[in-house]
Design a protein around this ligand. Structure first.
Ligand code: ADP
Ligand code: MG
Length: 716
């Protein structure tokens, strides 16, 4: 077809036109596009290239010089795969020729799969670095980018070469080339002013940040101007990309802000902060809170005093003293005549919290109870009665507390430990326990992430951060040790124990088999207690023990009756034994970064120098990166950031549990800087909209677009 032809079919295109009405999109292509959530013209226009290639240097093969980057339009003469054993992994070689009569070679290591894609006679565009192959004494390209030019009707070659071209992630069988042609056609037939007219971005923000109009941005996103800076484009910072990323974040943040604002209007408990409450808190405190703890308690207390529900995320590195702040908050609720529930992800952690609170609150005359899955039936019945009658004020437990038959007389505050394992559904259940009013909710997490990111990921939560460690802590010294030298590690461990300290030795839980991990831990316990440290008391803790046995193992270690505790990752969170100074992690390469950091956080809780020793065998690249990060850094924020980069945000946050929408062009990790700007603009916009009218328009826009595309919930 001719690129400039005016076709009546296109004239009626607008943003909401279904893609099936666009020429070149049949049912098969539409289905592939649909699978990527691309249904309308607008969806497609916002489908951003993930890379650009400068194919403006088009040359004939005869003109090529070694060392240059060039595009050649040529024909495949021959192909072959070497390495018959593993075809897919073989070396793929091809020769190409063009009108200049000269030949060019191409080589792809592990390129065997190309045998099904490239065949003699095909017209292709190659793009790559020209090299002189001394073996064949001819010019060739290693792993050139290629695009098949023949055999379709998708625009002429000048669209795909001879310029900076966008590269899209293919949508099933809809290739980057087809996508490029579709974009071109749509933009041809969609007047720019139509895109500009509907620009939803508030104009004062657009002009202040000097961003291009929507029409301009979308055009340049797909077909950058000839003078565009390729480096900027490929780092997603061209003016067009900036604007579109900003826009995506801006609406997301506006949506979240509106949702927060709406939640703040729900009826909740307004706790009174009397002098008596303050006195009681002082009475309870075993030590002087850090500045960060004080500031954070202030933020929480302010929320609690407001007659609306609190949804606050309390972030702080392991050992930063979150639990103490939670205890202070609990006093506010209890002194106001309300009950407090503390929810922990595991039984071990629940019982840890239980003992911690029991000790703290004994002075005040409060007696917490512990309710978990393994509480005996008889006790359960009794406890439930006490809870329903309002006779206990502080209830610590696992998610068993959320079961339907647990009725609270007057639940005022719920403290939830570990955001990651606490889903939206559980939160809903909790709200239903509030007897008419939403209880305040404080969520604690030891996987801190930058504030803006947290506000985005955890949607409707406000965020407080404890960014200071209790005084007198020495940074933990972390070392890597080779499995072959584990005897030296044990020698070191013995020396620490001779100094009166204690140690953990941890084994990985291999996901497929908890039983295997238990056996490994059991075997190691055997080995350590009989062979290596026959003279010492070595305890054992793993997930398959009865809860009594778990509790007693923990208690013996806490009291110093055992010097070494062999454990699986059940000790990952919350365990608090300040005299333990050595954490040995065996097969450390099997643990994730967040998990390693959590485990390390079990030591360094007292004033003594603590150590973490990562025993490893063979390391792949990512494991090497993880171990190195651990050795180099003690900073939970930094570690979370690296972890997020290594694993990708989706897996890092567990997309199911967080409200993280699948973003189209922006990336909360790569584009953290733009997210920051967008968030501050959005907050300002929602708090002080230029006019009621403008705000209403934004709300409508978010409802119609953002919610449809990203499935965000109600924004008011
Ligand atoms: P987190 O829950 O953040 O991992 P914890 O609340 O368990 O941390 O506190 C870690 C350790 O530090 C505990 O032994 C706790 O008693 C102690 N701690 C907390 N706050 C302070 C403080 N302000 N001064 C001294 N020690 C503190
Ligand atoms: Mg804690």
């Amino acid at each position: 077809m001719e690129a400039n032809a005016v076709n009546w079919e296109y004239q009626s295109l607008d943003l909401s036109t279904p893609l099936t009405y666009v020429k070149g999109v049949g049912p098969a292509r539409a289905a592939f596009l649909e699978a990527k959530n691309l249904r309308t013209v607008e969806d497609l226009l916002y489908y951003a290239p993930f890379r650009y290639e400068d194919r403006s240097n088009v040359k004939l093969i005869r003109q090529l010089a070694p060392g240059e980057m060039a595009t050649v339009l040529c024909t495949i003469r021959s192909t072959k795969v070497a390495g018959f054993q593993r075809k897919k992994l073989g070396l793929f070689e091809a020769t190409f020729t063009d009108d200049s009569g000269a030949n060019l070679g191409g080589k792809w290591f592990h390129g065997g799969y190309l045998n099904d894609i490239l065949a003699p006679g095909q017209r292709v565009a190659l793009f790559g670095k020209v090299e002189f192959d001394s073996y064949s004494r001819s010019l060739s390209m290693m792993h050139p980018e290629f695009e098949i030019l023949s055999g379709d009707d998708d625009g002429d070659a000048s669209l795909h070469t001879g310029r900076v071209v966008p590269i899209y992630e293919a949508a099933g069988k809809v290739t980057t080339r087809v996508l490029r042609a579709l974009m071109y056609r749509i933009l041809e037939s969609l007047p720019q002013e139509l895109l500009d007219r509907g620009d939803p971005l508030p104009s004062h923000i657009r002009s202040r940040l000097k961003m291009p109009s929507r029409g301009e941005a979308i055009r340049q996103l797909h077909f950058p101007p000839q003078e565009a800076d390729l480096r900027l484009l490929n780092s997603f910072r061209s003016p067009a990309q900036f604007r579109l990323i900003f826009e995506e974040f801006f609406w997301l943040e506006c949506g979240l802000e509106l949702k927060r604002a709406k939640a703040r209007l729900d009826p909740g408990v307004g706790f009174e902060l009397t002098d008596r409450v303050r006195e009681r808190i002082k009475e309870m405190l075993p030590f002087k809170p850090t500045g960060a703890q004080k500031r954070v308690l202030g933020e929480i207390a302010q929320d609690m005093a407001a007659p609306h529900p609190m949804y606050r995320l309390l972030q702080g590195d392991v050992g930063s003293g979150k639990t103490l702040v939670a205890a202070e908050s609990a006093i506010i609720a209890i002194e106001n005549g309300y009950q407090v529930a503390i929810l922990a992800p595991t039984e071990i952690l629940a019982s840890q919290h239980f003992f911690y609170f029991k000790k703290l609150f004994a002075k005040l005359g409060y007696h917490p109870i512990l309710l978990t899955g393994s509480t005996t039936a008889k006790e359960k019945v009794a406890y439930k009665k006490l809870i329903a009658a309002g006779l206990v004020k502080l209830i610590v437990g696992t998610h068993a507390l959320l079961e339907q038959d647990v009725h609270f007389a007057k639940l005022g505050l719920a403290v939830v430990d570990e955001q990651h394992r606490f889903g939206v559904e559980q939160r809903q259940k909790l709200l239903e326990k509030g007897a008419g009013k939403h209880p305040d909710v404080l969520v604690m997490t030891a996987t801190p992430i930058p504030r803006t990111l947290a506000l985005t990921i955890y949607g409707d939560l406000d965020v407080s951060v404890i960014d200071e460690m209790p005084p007198g802590r020495k940074p933990i010294i972390t070392k890597r040790a080779d499995q072959a030298k584990v005897e030296q590690v044990y020698g070191f461990l013995r020396k620490q124990i001779e100094l009166g300290r204690q140690a953990y030795v941890v084994y990985p839980v291999i996901e497929e088999s908890e039983t295997k991990a238990m056996k490994a831990a059991q075997a190691m316990h055997e080995h350590l207690s009989k062979v290596v440290f026959p003279d010492l008391a070595v305890g054992l803790l793993h997930g398959k023990l009865s809860s009594d046995a778990k509790e007693s193992a923990m208690e013996k270690f806490a009291k110093g009756e055992t010097q070494i505790l062999v454990a699986t990752t059940v000790i990952e969170v919350g365990v608090d034994v300040p005299n333990a100074t050595v954490m040995v992690i065996e097969q450390a390469e099997r643990f994730g970064l967040a998990q390693l950091h959590q485990l390390r956080g079990r030591v360094g809780r007292g004033g003594e120098q603590s150590y973490c020793i990562l025993v490893t065998e063979k390391l792949n690249q990512i494991a090497t990166e993880r171990i190195r990060t651990m050795v180099e850094s003690n900073d939970g924020f930094h570690i979370a950031e690296v972890d997020m980069k290594l694993r990708g945000p989706g897996e890092f946050f567990g997309t199911k549990q967080s409200g993280l929408p699948a973003l189209q062009i922006g990336s909360i990790v790569r584009d953290a800087d733009i997210l920051e700007i967008a968030r501050s603009e959005a907050t300002a916009f929602v708090a002080h909209p230029p006019s009621e009218d403008e705000l209403r328009r934004a709300v409508l826009f978010i409802r119609s677009h953002w919610q449809r595309r990203y499935g965000l919930v109600q924004v008011g």
